[in-house]
Structures are given as structure tokens and as C-alpha cells.
Design a binder for this molecule. Structure first.
Ligand SMILES: *[C@@H]1O[C@H](CO)[C@@H](O)[C@H](O)[C@H]1NC(C)=O
Ligand SMILES: *[C@@H]1O[C@H](CO)[C@@H](O)[C@H](O)[C@H]1NC(C)=O
Ligand SMILES: *[C@@H]1O[C@H](CO)[C@@H](O)[C@H](O)[C@H]1NC(C)=O
Ligand SMILES: *[C@@H]1O[C@H](CO)[C@@H](O)[C@H](O)[C@H]1NC(C)=O
Ligand SMILES: *[C@@H]1O[C@H](CO)[C@@H](O)[C@H](O)[C@H]1NC(C)=O
Ligand SMILES: *[C@@H]1O[C@H](CO)[C@@H](O)[C@H](O)[C@H]1NC(C)=O
Length: 748
């Protein structure tokens, strides 16, 4: 049973901030607004040419300019065509209010700013080494184009060399705004005013090379994580759509980047950014443009967010998007702490200088000697009354960055730093580019060190460097920062969908002149973490699937990834979260991506774009709000509950004694004449299920045959759980095929 959480607080925060258009205050500050137009019937005729379209869009700006003769005219920022029907314009709030009132306008809202969700991965995912490795059998993403919506890219980086790459497919219409494109990197465009698509940040270079970078030998950071770096789909092409500035990524630019990606002809889109505020789908550029992408058969992978483990922190949660959480790989960059009581605790750091003498030194915990709450975090000024010279300093996680703590200890003359997680971060650690010998340790290790500190008046410790340790079988583990469900916008859809590698990910970096490493190494690679890193892993995996199955819809690819995902680590034990508890479905979704299985899933749960219309109406959206997303006439005469959407998971709220039936339709992509039976199912206390298939088993005779079955969930009349959550799953089996669907229950 999982713990109760408060939805109410989160709802309050979420809905507080975007009702700008309802006030009529004299706020004349110019802002960028996104204007959605009715794309039918008069709209359709304008969509035929760019000139006609822009003329139509300009007519709305003109009407507003005439209404406000003494104000600045509203100015066009972006004109959209594929992602939405509408445009972005700079105007005052009064002008925006008037715009919303014009006939033909569906919606007007101020854009919001989105934020970045910031190599052994191929082996870890079973792509390269295992005999059934997907690379051995698939064409490595050949012919597929992956578009990234990000901070730009670094042309000329070895990860983007095009050795062995065929030219882009005929359908490609993209372009390169700067020099440096080749058969690997086939497009570079910027939607940030006055900025080239070149990456000055690093994030977009990293995500691009993770999705489809070419192989580069001897990739390492500070000599750690050394090996051959390669993207998930090494033969796929890359196209960059730069939408982010150093301060964030404007909603209008995100829409413009997605609009261009769809127009250019990408097959897969990777979006490693999101909003801290949960918007309804008709106000969320990623959900809206993502829907247009899916209508055109383009698969879209998105980061779930880095706001975990707070409940309901998941973003990019529309059911047509793949929402990706983050977990560890089987690698740590290990620095351990040997305590004076002969206890060894493990930790991590990338910085492991060869000239550091790994000898016992006095251990000091500033927090132990001060009443000032902040001192334990080693904030500036914490060592006023403490001698840290040549000592190892123990600090609690929080308040300032971990690297900054090391900097402060170093400036005070300290020899090393240990940083211990709080209880919420738990056992989730990562390796950082510290500036001083360091060890980031988990919560339990921190408690162990504190116990030792309490037990003696002269504590001492040694920092030991063990370099890169691979093959750790208790992985993957969910990362504490990975955002959690349930979704606020669509609580009846289980999110995130899956998890993938997002901790200690080594990939290409922009700043190739960074020689600050101990070996003076060129900073061509960087190790970072985030759902920003797991999202392009899944974009790359979907490129492999797309290349193997060009006829699969985005929903089919998503289903194949979800129903074959794994719930166990390398020891066959349940994947744990940051507390060392088995990770629940709100953290892990369907499980950890398992690419070799995903390419041959047996059955898929398919969805056509129009199937989302009754679902969107069922969320309580007005026909106009739904039209802004789906761009066609909608009456909302038919609605369905969220649980009735044909997705490979079930989210069910049940009162005492209640029964609820959901139907699902599977399509056979395995073998003809197959009989599937329930292999295993698990249910929380007090819940039972009935499965009706018409016959005893689930029998499919032909390839692509569709079979519908019903699942009824029944809650015991005497069950006492209230306001609690529960989980379970069922798995269809036929020979090698296992088709698993997780359950999430809310007891009312
Ligand atoms: C883009 O920059 C140009 C030149 O600096 C400026 O004139 C224009 O108004 C800017 N456009 C937007 C949408 O900010
Ligand atoms: C909206 O339009 C109506 C009539 O079409 C008009 O009476 C009203 O003043 C308009 N409101 C604004 C804010 O322009
Ligand atoms: C990385 O690995 C390669 C191949 O095993 C080796 O030749 C090279 O010296 C290693 N580099 C570092 C910095 O460890
Ligand atoms: C160490 O001692 C302090 C002060 O007596 C106490 O608050 C703390 O809980 C102790 N920590 C551990 C891990 O025993
Ligand atoms: C790296 O150095 C080269 C040669 O000095 C220079 O041309 C290039 O612009 C530098 N790159 C960056 C990202 O600073
Ligand atoms: C599923 O339930 C619906 C509605 O209750 C019913 O019409 C249909 O026959 C059922 N399907 C099967 C396979 O039992």
C-alpha cells in the first residue's frame, strides 16, 4: 500500500497563475501571447499557402491595432502552420483580451517559460552485447530522423561525424542555418531571436549524442567512465531545433521548433524540457504540438521532470506523449570513505586526482559544533570558528550546490569533503566534477558517519578512490529526482510511462576547450543526470523500433516499449527507489525500457489520433479547447472516461463494493494462430478482477487481427482502505511473448 498524498495543495499551486486574461487591469507591459485560431471552416482555405496563411494571421493583428490606435501595434513573433493553427504575438494584456474576443479566435494566453530537465548505455540496455541485442538484429535506426527541441548543437564534434552514414531520406525538407551539417547532422535551426543553432550550453549536444551520436572511442570525463560513446540509434540522422536561451525556453519558441520539425519531416522528436506549472493540455505547447506530431505519425519522447520524489510532480503527461522517468545504470564513479572505526561507506565523485594522498585525516562536521542551522550545509562563513585545515569536512546536502560546498571547503584549506543526502534524496547519488577530493554519499551512509562522529572526540577518515566501477547488479534504481505521478492534468492515466538511464550519463558536450580536468583533458564529453538524459535514450530506442517497423503508429511504438518493460534489476530483484523500497508504479510506470523485447512485443495497444477526442471531451474541456489541440470540428457529443482510452495500463478509482469495467483492444504483431493466457497477475488486498475475452483465452488467428476484452475490477465491500493507493498488474503470455499491463488503484 502506498502512502496518502495531498492533491489539494498541488491543485492550489497549479491553477493559481495563468488566469491573466480575466483581469482588466491597465497592465501595458508587452508580453508574448499565443493565439489559437479556429482552423475550420474558413481556416482550412488559408492553410494552402504560407502567404495566404500569414495574410490571415496578420488580419487579426490589424483588427487589434485598429482597436488600440494610441498603443503600440501588436507584432508577430512566430507564425505556426503544422503544430497549431495560430501565431505568437507581442502585445499588451488589454490587446490580448480584445484578441480573445475576436471571432475565429479559440484561445489566447501568455506564453510561459519552460526549463531544461537537467557511455555505457548501449551495453546496459542490451543493444550491443547480448546475442539478442537489438543492434545485432535491427538496422540501428537507419533511415530514421530524430529531431531535438533543445539548446542547440555542436557541429564538428566527433559524436556527429558521419562515417558510414547514408544521405538523408528523400522526404527531408529541413535546413542548416550554419555551416557544419553532414549526413549525421542534417538540420540545424534556431528559434531564439538573433542566436545561431550552435550550442553554448551543452545540454542539446548531450541529448543529441545520446539519441543518435556516432561511436567515439576513449570518451571520458576526468578519465572516468572511459569507453566508446555511442547514441542509441547510431545510424539515425539528427536535426536540432534550438528553442532555449540561458534563462529558459519560451513557449512560443518551443511551438515554433516543433512546428518546423513536423514540417521538415522528422520521424521521432525528443523534448528534454518542461514547465514547473501543470497546464491543461490546450495551453501546453508540448501537448498541443505533440498531438499534431502524432497525427502525422511522428513519435514524441519527453522528460517526466526532475521534481521527484514529490508526488504529482510529473510533467509532459499527455497520453499521446511518451513520458520518461530516470534511473541509474550499473555504474558508479566511486570514492569511498574509510572511517576511523574501520567502517567503509561508498560514495561517488568524478574528481579523483592522482596526487591526492589517501591517508587518514581528522574528520570535522561543522553542524556538530554550531546552533546555526545553516552551518551543517557548509554555506559560506560556516568555518569561522572551526579549523578545517587539511581535514575532511562532512556536510549535509542542501542549500547550495554540492560542487560549491567543495569550493568553500577548498578555500578554507580543507583536504576533502563528504556530502550526505537527506532522507528525501535517500540513496540516490551521482558523480560530480568536484574541485576537491570528495564523496557524495547516500542518506544511510550519512547516518553511519554521524553515528561515528558522535562516538568519538577525535574522529578521522580517509577518502579512497576506486575509479569507475561497472556491472553493479543491484541496478537500475529509480533516481530520487525523477518526477512522480499521479498526473494532475489527467489523474486517470498512469504516468510516467517508463524509466530509462538518467544518472551518470556520459555524452558529447559543447565546450570543447575546457581543459580544467586533472589530466588537462579536452572537455568534449560530460557526465550529467536528469530526465533530460533518459528522454533521448527513449527517443533513440523508438528510432530503432520505427526503423524496424515503419508501419507502426506512435501509440504502437509506445505500447511495445511499455508492455515489455522490466521491473527487476540485474539480480532479478524488484527495482528499488531512493528509499531502497521496491519502486511503485507512480515512479517507474510500466518499468525500465527493454529494447530487445520492445521490437517484438507480440500484442500492441494501438490508438488512432481521433480516439483521443472523446477522451479530451471527457476531461471536461469545451469543444473549442479540444479544437485548439486537434484542429478539426469537435462537438463533444461523445465522451469517454480516461480509463477507457486504449493504453497499456489501468488507473482505477474504486469505492467500497464498487465494480468497474474497462475494455482494451490488442492488435496481433507477434505470430498468427496464437493463444494468450494470463500468466500472472497481482492485486492489492481487497481487489479482485474478472477478465472477459468472449472465449476462455485470448486467441488471435491472423496477423494484425484485433481482439477486444474486458477487465472488471471489483473492490471488496468490507475493504477498509480509504484515501489510499494500491497497485498490481496482469500479464498475457504466449510462448516467448509477455504482454504486461500495470494497475494503479485509488481507494475512495
Ligand atoms: C528580434 O531581434 C530583432 C533585432 O534585434 C528585433 O528587431 C525584433 O523585434 C526581435 N523580435 C522579437 C520577436 O523579439
Ligand atoms: C467583446 O465583444 C463584444 C461584442 O462582440 C463587445 O460588446 C465587448 O465589448 C467585447 N469585449 C472586449 C474586451 O473587447
Ligand atoms: C580508455 O580506454 C582505452 C581503451 O581501453 C585506453 O586505451 C585508454 O588509455 C583509456 N583512457 C583513459 C583515460 O583511461
Ligand atoms: C548524534 O548526536 C546528536 C546530538 O546528541 C543527535 O542529535 C544525533 O541524533 C546523533 N546522530 C546519530 C546518527 O546518532
Ligand atoms: C576552442 O579553441 C579554438 C582554437 O583556439 C577556437 O577556434 C574555438 O572557437 C574554441 N571553441 C570554444 C567553444 O571556445
Ligand atoms: C465487454 O463489455 C461490454 C459492455 O459491458 C459488452 O457489450 C461486451 O460484450 C463485453 N465484451 C466481452 C468480450 O465480454
Amino acid at each position: 500500500m502506498m502512502k496518502t498524498i495531498s492533491f489539494f495543495m498541488l491543485m492550489m499551486i497549479t491553477y493559481a497563475s495563468f488566469n491573466v486574461l480575466t483581469t482588466n487591469g491597465a497592465n501595458d507591459e508587452l508580453k508574448t501571447y499565443i493565439v489559437h485560431l479556429d482552423s475550420h471552416p474558413q481556416g482550412q482555405q488559408y492553410l494552402v499557402s504560407d502567404a495566404k496563411l500569414n495574410e490571415w494571421y496578420d488580419s487579426f493583428l490589424l483588427k487589434i491595432a485598429l482597436k488600440f490606435p494610441s498603443s503600440d501595434k501588436p507584432t508577430m513573433v512566430f507564425s505556426y502552420r503544422h503544430a497549431v493553427t495560430g501565431f505568437a504575438a507581442k502585445m499588451s494584456q488589454a490587446q490580448a483580451t480584445a484578441m480573445a474576443n475576436l471571432s475565429g479566435v479559440l484561445n489566447v494566453w501568455p506564453e510561459s517559460i519552460y526549463h531544461l530537465h537537467t557511455t555505457r548505455s548501449p551495453e546496459f540496455l542490451g543493444l550491443r552485447t547480448s546475442p539478442n541485442g537489438l543492434w545485432t538484429h535491427s538496422n540501428k535506426g537507419k533511415g530514421v530522423i530524430i529531431g531535438l527541441i533543445d539548446t542547440g548543437i555542436t557541429p564538428g564534434h566527433p559524436s556527429f561525424n558521419d562515417d558510414g552514414m547514408p544521405p538523408p531520406p528523400q522526404k527531408w525538407k529541413g535546413k542548416c542555418e550554419i555551416e557544419g551539417c553532414n549526413n549525421k547532422l542534417i538540420g540545424m535551426r534556431s528559434f531564439v531571436n538573433g542566436s545561431s543553432p550552435k550550442d553554448v550550453e551543452g545540454h542539446g549536444t548531450h541529448t543529441s549524442s545520446t539519441a543518435a551520436g556516432s561511436s567515439v572511442d576513449n570518451a571520458n570525463v576526468y578519465e572516468q567512465a572511459n569507453g566508446t560513446a555511442s547514441g542509441m540509434a547510431p545510424l539515425a540522422h539528427l536535426a536540432m531545433y534550438k528553442v532555449c536561451m540561458p534563462l529558459g525556453c519560451a513557449g512560443s519558441a518551443i511551438l515554433a521548433g516543433l512546428d518546423a520539425a513536423i514540417e521538415d519531416g522528422v520521424d521521432v522528436i525528443s523534448v528534454s524540457l518542461g514547465s514547473f506549472i501543470a497546464f491543461p493540455f490546450y495551453k501546453d505547447p508540448i501537448a498541443i504540438a505533440g498531438f499534431s506530431a502524432v497525427q502525422k505519425g511522428v513519435f514524441i519522447s519527453c522528460s517526466a521532470g526532475n521534481s521527484g520524489p514529490i508526488p504529482s510532480s510529473v510533467t509532459n503527461d499527455a497520453p499521446w506523449l511518451l513520458t520518461v522517468g530516470a534511473s541509474t545504470q550499473d555504474r558508479r564513479i566511486r570514492t569511498s570513505v574509510w572511517l576511523g572505526n574501520k567502517v567503509l561507506v561508498n560514495g561517488e565523485s568524478l574528481y579523483q586526482p592522482k596526487d591526492f594522498e589517501q591517508k587518514p585525516r581528522p574528520l570535522v562536521y561543522p553542524g556538530q559544533h554550531s546552533d546555526d542551522e545553516k552551518v551543517k550545509y557548509c554555506v559560506p562563513g560556516s568555518f569561522k570558528n572551526i579549523d578545517v585545515n587539511d581535514k575532511i569536512v562532512f556536510c549535509d546536502w542542501g542549500q547550495i550546490s554540492d560542487i560549491k560546498k567543495g569550493q568553500i571547503v577548498k578555500e578554507a584549506g580543507g583536504a576533502g569533503v563528504i556530502i550526505a543526502n537527506d532522507e528525501i534524496q535517500g540513496q540516490s547519488t551521482a558523480a560530480y566534477k568536484h574541485v576537491i577530493p570528495a564523496s557524495n554519499v547516500g542518506y544511510k551512509e550519512g547516518v553511519e558517519i554521524k553515528k561515528y562522529l558522535n562516538s568519538t572526540s577525535s574522529p578521522f577518515a580517509t577518502l579512497l578512490f576506486f575509479g569507475t566501477v561497472d556491472g553493479l547488479k543491484t541496478n537500475p534504481q529509480m533516481a530520487s529526482f525523477s518526477s512522480r505521478g499521479p498526473s494532475i492534468i489527467t489523474p486517470g492515466i498512469l504516468k510516467p510511462d517508463v524509466t530509462g538511464p538518467g544518472v551518470n550519463i556520459i555524452a558529447a558536450w559543447a565546450d570543447s576547450n575546457d581543459t580544467s580536468g586533472p589530466s588537462g583533458g579536452k572537455g568534449m564529453f560530460e557526465v550529467i543526470r536528469g530526465t533530460s538524459m533518459s528522454c533521448p535514450h527513449l527517443a533513440g530506442v523508438s528510432a530503432l523500433l520505427k526503423s524496424d517497423h515503419p508501419d507502426w503508429s506512435p501509440a504502437a511504438i509506445k505500447s511495445a516499449i511499455m508492455t515489455t518493460a522490466s521491473q527487476v534489476d540485474r539480480n532479478g530483484v524488484a527495482i528499488v527507489d531512493e528509499r531502497d523500497h521496491p519502486a511503485d508504479v507512480l515512479a517507474i510506470g510500466s518499468g525500465h525500457v527493454n529494447p530487445p523485447k520492445a521490437t517484438d512485443p507480440g500484442l500492441i495497444f494501438d490508438i488512432q489520433p481521433d480516439d483521443y477526442i472523446p477522451y479530451l471531451c471527457g476531461l471536461g474541456y469545451t469543444p473549442k479547447q479540444v479544437e485548439a489541440i486537434v484542429r478539426k470540428p469537435v462537438s463533444c457529443s461523445k465522451t469517454i472516461q480516461e480509463g477507457e482510452l486504449n493504453i497499456p495500463s489501468f488507473t482505477v478509482s474504486l469505492k467500497k463494493g464498487e465494480r468497474k469495467t474497462y475494455s482494451r483492444t490488442v492488435t496481433n504483431v507477434g505470430k498468427p494462430d496464437s493463444i494468450y493466457t494470463i500468466r500472472d497477475k497481482s492485486l492489492p488486498h481487497g481487489v479482485s478482477i474478472e477478465i472477459e475475452t468472449g472465449t476462455k483465452e485470448l486467441e488471435v488467428k491472423e496477423m494484425y487481427e484485433k481482439i477486444t476484452y474486458n477487465v472488471t475490477f471489483i473492490r471488496d465491500v468490507n475493504d477498509e482502505e480509504k484515501g489510499q493507493f494500491g497497485q498490481g498488474h496482469m500479464t498475457w503470455e504466449c510462448g516467448k511473448y509477455l504482454v504486461r499491463t500495470p494497475f494503479f488503484f485509488k481507494f475512495e
